[in-house]
Design a protein around this ligand. Structure first.
Ligand code: AMP
Length: 261
């Protein structure tokens, strides 16, 4: 596995399957590598804790970082290359305002709780796409609104013509909790109750979704059923997605899943 240090080595991987991450890797991230490998291309993983997608009160400084552990996991998972750029490489200039698709601003989900989040996500993703020049980019369904935002963002901008956005299913712990780098923040009792989020997304009723989350001791940020593509109100005959976000103190967890009504 190559650790990319300069632009010349990067050029060898143009056209790769690209897996952007913020590190603190778990099986969820590693499954994206598997998805990338299935496209029969070299898989390049980036590790960059992107400050612009964190709100000022969020956990940017405390976000778990362990590059040596991540490199060992990526080697074992069969990644072909890793790119862990410096802040200056990603942001030689302060990113300018980006026109976001409606799915980043209208649904009142992550966009409501984290108003600057998708500006930051699209800033980092477009810069990384420019540097890596992938032909495929793999994203997890775990961040479902992010996935829809990136799909639209890429579709609407001719710079990314031909770039395929591939989604990869959510990997869960045995009790159903969606794997997340933030799960390490949970206390023992919060951890044992956190599977309540995964139960909530199977409820098919928004009130029940809320009460399931609250019974698990979490505060509901949102617990909704939405059109799986626009993330607006469901429309008869179109796929529906259950989406939840919940808090325990400063810890915020999200989950989602398909719903057959
Ligand atoms: P992050 O490092 O949290 O920015 O996540 C990097 C990528 O991994 C994103 O595309 C996430 O959606 C994806 N991801 C995170 N957790 C999971 C999971 N449990 N299952 C599948 N993909 C995940």
């Amino acid at each position: 596995m190559l650790v990319i240090q300069n632009e010349e080595t990067m050029a060898e991987f143009y056209g790769c399957a690209f897996v952007p991450t913020m590190g603190a890797l778990h099986q969820g991230h590693l499954s994206l590598i598997e998805t990338g490998k299935n496209r029969n291309r070299p898989v390049l993983v980036s590790i960059f804790v992107n400050p612009t997608q964190f709100s000022p009160h969020e956990d940017f400084d405390a976000y778990p970082r362990d590059l040596d552990r991540d490199l060992a996991l990526l080697e074992d998972a069969g990644a072909d290359a890793v790119f862990a750029p410096s802040h200056e490489t990603v942001y030689p200039e302060v990113p300018t305002h980006i026109a976001l698709p409606e799915v980043a601003t209208k649904p009142n989900l992550e966009d409501a709780s984290r108003p600057t989040h998708f500006q930051g996500v699209c800033a980092v993703v477009s810069r990384l796409f420019d540097l890596v020049k992938p032909s495929v980019a793999v994203f997890g369904e775990k961040d479902f609104q992010q996935l829809q935002v990136i799909k639209k963002f890429v579709e609407e901008d001719e710079r990314w013509e031909g770039l395929e956005i591939v989604c990869s299913p959510i990997i869960r712990e045995e009790d159903g909790l969606a794997m997340s780098s933030r799960n390490v923040y949970l206390s023992e009792s919060q951890r044992s109750n956190a599977a309540g989020l995964a139960q909530a997304i199977r409820c098919k009723d928004e009130h029940e979704m809320c009460s399931t989350i609250e019974s698990a001791g979490f505060d509901v940020d949102y617990a909704v059923l939405r059109d799986a593509q626009t993330l607006l109100a469901p429309i008869d005959g179109r796929p529906v997605r259950a989406l939840v976000a919940a808090r325990a103190g400063d810890i915020r967890l999200i989950d989602n899943g398909p719903v057959t009504l």
